[in-house]
Write a protein of this length. Structure first.
Length: 379
């Protein structure tokens, strides 16, 4: 009995798994009973890190981002390195070593972008890298012009880098519409003094302009308040999207989360399990709170309002529900992942192809890859 207690304390993720509900390294635990196992929304694996005491292991901790070009080719990044998969996330090849890899994006099957940063940011502590040969070689872009690393968007040759504060030094928000050949600083016309999160709706049109939402902070009557702005001309001009009165930085967790599935349908994730949703482009908002008081860590929805929301589950001594599912835009929620799982990023090609990445908050944390099972967003 003493040995079992010791093992449970040292390896909590293994000690408290429910038989048949989880997998490790792509295989079901030997003691699981397949006849009793219920279908799970996600298949859980990792990028292949290894444990081991006294510095002999190679844990791949804390994945922070994931993106896929198609259902097989994808990239993920985090403190444990940068990884590439060609089988839909079942196995991964490490392309760069451990580092401060914050965001990854792809603009073609061989074009990869990496946003790197060292806490707390500032001049000389954030870098943008580009590879045109599947990650074999990398070139720095915008040298010395990226003062932070809060968010990143990359699709169809359109690239946005959000660095935080608006103002010197440099230009904290830079964008390119020609796959990085030319760049321009973004002017929010005084509406924002900080830029935190970016969302580009799924029904955008790249030709002739596209819609963009940016969440940050603005000054209202001398006070800092949470603000959302929108552009419909690829970021040249901006208008204010009204939010409920009185929202401040304290209402966000880790700078908040922002997702727009269409130009009309969007969600704003806040602290204490609070979510604001709009279905008219931000003219009106309603609360669709999660059944938890933990901060929102990641979100993804499709155009029909089906999707997933992850919350802060990083305290290994107080783990709980890690991810929730909705099939009705957030009116109702079901917990679908719990235990030693912290989801940091969710990416979806469509309602049948969704991946999530994060970490397992244990004594020796390893990263986590969650691959959505077919039908997980069906009623």
């Amino acid at each position: 009995m003493a040995l079992l207690v010791f093992l449970a304390c040292m390896f909590p993720k293994a000690a408290f798994r429910t038989p048949g509900t989880d997998r490790w390294q792509g295989t079901v635990y030997p003691w699981s009973n397949a006849a009793l196992a219920k279908p799970q929304p996600f298949f859980i694996t990792d990028t292949g890190g290894s444990g081991g005491g006294f510095g002999r292991g190679d844990p791949h901790d804390h994945l922070s981002d994931v993106v896929f070009w198609n259902r097989r080719l994808g990239w993920a990044c985090g403190y444990g390195g940068v990884f590439r998969t060609e089988d839909g996330g079942l196995t991964w090849q490490r392309m760069k070593p451990r580092g401060g890899w914050i965001r990854v994006g792809i603009t073609g099957p061989h074009d990869v972008w990496l946003l790197e940063g060292l806490h707390p940011g500032g001049p000389g502590r954030a870098w943008l890298w580009h590879s045109t040969d599947d990650g074999r070689t990398w070139q720095e872009v915008l040298h010395g012009q990226i003062p932070g690393y809060l968010d990143f968007f990359c699709e169809a040759g359109n690239i946005w880098v959000l660095g935080g504060w608006i103002g010197p030094p440099g230009a904290p928000v830079q964008c390119s519409q020609d796959n990085g050949r030319t760049w321009r600083p973004v002017d929010f016309g005084g509406l924002l003094v900080q830029a935190w999160r970016i969302a580009v709706p799924g029904d955008h049109r790249w030709q002739g302009g596209y819609a963009i939402y940016v969440l940050g902070m603005g000054i209202v009557s001398g006070q800092m308040q949470l603000r959302l702005v929108r552009s419909v001309d690829a970021g040249r001009t901006w208008t204010l999207v009204p939010l409920p009165d009185g929202l401040t930085q304290e209402d966000t967790w880790n700078f908040g989360q922002l997702f727009f599935a269409t130009t009309r349908d969007g969600w704003l994730g806040l602290s204490h399990g609070r979510i604001l949703s709009t279905h008219d482009g931000g003219r009106t908002w309603r609360l669709c709170n999660l059944p938890t008081d933990r901060g929102v860590a990641a979100m993804w929805f499709d155009a029909l309002g089906r999707g997933f929301v992850a919350v802060d589950n990083s305290d290994l001594y107080h783990v709980s529900d890690a991810m929730f599912r909705t099939l009705d835009g957030g009116r109702t929620w079901q917990p679908i992942l719990n235990g030693y799982k912290q989801i940091n990023r969710i990416f979806g090609l469509d309602a049948n192809s969704v991946w999530a990445v994060g970490t397992e908050p244990t004594v020796v944390p390893n990263d986590l890859v969650a691959i959505m099972e077919p039908g997980a967003l069906s009623p």
